[in-house]
Design a protein around this ligand. Structure first.
Ligand SMILES: [Zn+2]
Length: 263
């Protein structure tokens, strides 16, 4: 009986895999897990992160992050806007941030040492949200399933809800759910994120300052987003070039009243 359920699930999942095209025109292989499952995995990872903590108790920081995230998600397509967006601030001096499927956004307090104004915070959060909107977690899981983990993932899929979530927790690490993206994904998150921040009324030029601060703060150590990019300076150049082409969108957003005042 169990085998029968499993093989049905295999057929269901394998046929659900599909190629699609991201908003920057990149061919993607996605659909290894359903969007609903993916959102559940994201929500579960977020709960785990918050349980592990420690969370910041600074209500002002929490409101600041929420304000920037709200301004950004207001410019997303309705499908992405519709999920249960949630933010958390972690008391951790490492300058880092993440976004997960299901609309979960986490920020370390250390991010405020490099993201020194709301536009710079928007730059880092829009980059992270860009990973989610362009289905990068989906891509990673689908690729990983093709490589190895298909039976384990399907075991979780065929089980009851509780065991799916439990096994999903282990799955997150296994499927590279929380690992840095590929170089193509990082570039795409840069492009999509910078566009998103401009549409939301944040100055896209500040993305350049943010990543410069990041490089300066990282010292010799490679932060997540640098590890997949061979040349940080060329990335800065690309961000600078795109900023000038995004200025009209930014001005338009500002004149349309999208003038976030988050802090
Ligand atoms: Zn990234």
């Amino acid at each position: 009986m169990k085998h029968w359920i499993l093989s049905v699930a295999i057929v269901a999942v394998v046929t659900a895999c599909a190629t699609t095209t991201s908003s920057t025109g990149r061919k993607q292989y996605v659909g290894g897990v359903s969007e609903q499952q993916l959102n559940q995995l994201g929500a579960q990872a977020f709960v785990e992160a918050k349980t592990k903590g420690p969370l910041s108790t600074d209500a002002k920081q929490g409101a600041y992050v929420r304000c920037v995230v709200n301004a950004l998600i207001a410019q997303l397509p309705s499908q992405s806007r519709g999920v249960a967006w949630e933010t958390a601030v972690f008391a951790n001096t490492e300058p880092n941030a993440f976004a997960l499927p299901g609309g979960k956004v986490g920020v370390n307090t250390g991010i405020f040492t490099v993201a020194r104004n709301q536009d710079q915070l928007a730059a880092v959060l829009a980059h992270e949200i860009g990973h989610v909107v362009e289905r990068h977690h989906d891509e990673r899981i689908t690729r990983q399933m093709g490589a190895s983990g298909i039976l384990q993932i399907l075991g979780a899929a065929a089980g009851d809800y509780g065991s799916a979530v439990t096994q999903g927790g282990g799955l997150l690490a296994q499927a590279g759910f929380l690992l840095p993206g590929s170089r193509a994904q990082e570039t795409e998150a840069d492009v999509v994120g910078q566009r998103l921040m401009a549409d939301a009324g944040f100055n896209p030029e500040q993305a350049v300052n943010l990543w410069q601060n990041m490089i300066a703060a990282s010292g010799g150590r490679q932060p997540e987003w640098l590890s997949t990019h061979p040349d940080p300076q060329s990335r800065i150049q690309e961000l600078r070039g795109r900023a000038s082409t995004l200025m009209p969108s930014y001005q338009q957003a500002r004149s349309a009243g999208r003038t976030p005042k988050c802090g």
